[in-house]
Design a protein around this ligand. Structure first.
Ligand code: ADP
Length: 210
């Protein structure tokens, strides 16, 4: 994004673009590109913090509904605007008290929901559900978008990895899932993905039950 912001700004400065409508388009692109750049810097900082082991992974008793409802409600609003249906299974709010770090869980959920909303086409569905087995809860964020090709699936949690399928257009940096994986690792939890290309994908992560 840095070089495109520079090229656009240079064109404006040099008076190459004189048409006011075209100038507005350039200003809009500069704003959009600098926002993407800002996001990427934030993500790199977040990943460095996680990898420098300076993060606070302190676990406490966490009420699952109190933690997850506000996150899911804010994504419900976003989904309304993008014509995506967000379905929250009753199992999510029926989860028992967790033994975890609320900020970390919120971050992982936001990354998975961001992706689901970004990659599912208008008219698609994102479904959040949960299951409990013994002292482990597993949260699942599933969508019915294009899914992930088998050759990409083993790599999506790597830093800067983005699948070939036209994702260059998505405005992401390829760092979200790397952050989610480091965060889950810091909590001593697991995160993984399954996909049926053409039918969507499902991301799972585990959480300890108190
Ligand atoms: P990005 O910033 O590109 O979203 P992520 O690390 O979050 O980076 O994801 C890596 C790549 O994995 C994405 O670029 C995309 O190709 C793929 N991906 C992640 N989530 C989904 C999803 N729900 N559906 C399809 N592809 C996905």
């Amino acid at each position: 994004p840095i070089s495109s912001v520079r090229m656009l700004a240079e064109a404006l400065c040099d008076g190459v673009v004189s048409d006011p409508d075209k100038q507005q388009v350039y200003y809009g692109l500069i704003l959009q590109e600098s926002a993407a750049q800002y996001r990427m810097v934030q993500e790199i900082l977040e990943l460095s913090r996680l990898q420098s082991r300076n993060m606070d992974f302190t676990r406490t008793a966490v009420d699952a509904e109190a933690l997850l409802r506000p996150v899911l409600e804010s994504y419900a609003l976003l989904c309304d605007c993008t014509d995506v249906a967000l379905e929250v299974d009753g199992s999510v709010y029926a989860l028992p008290t967790l033994w975890t770090n609320a900020a970390c869980v919120r971050q992982i959920m936001e990354i998975l929901l961001d992706n689901a909303v970004k990659f599912v086409p208008a008219g698609g569905t994102v479904r959040v559900s949960a299951a409990v087995s013994g002292r482990t809860a597993t949260l699942c964020v599933r969508d019915n978008g294009a899914g992930i090709a088998p050759e990409d699936l083993p790599h999506i949690f790597e830093r800067f990895y983005r699948c070939a399928r036209g994702d260059a257009q998505n405005g992401g940096s390829g760092l979200g899932l790397a952050i989610a994986r480091e965060t889950a690792r810091g909590l001593g939890e697991r995160i993984w993905a399954e996909s049926e290309p053409g039918r969507g994908c499902a991301f799972y992560f585990t959480l300890r039950v108190r």
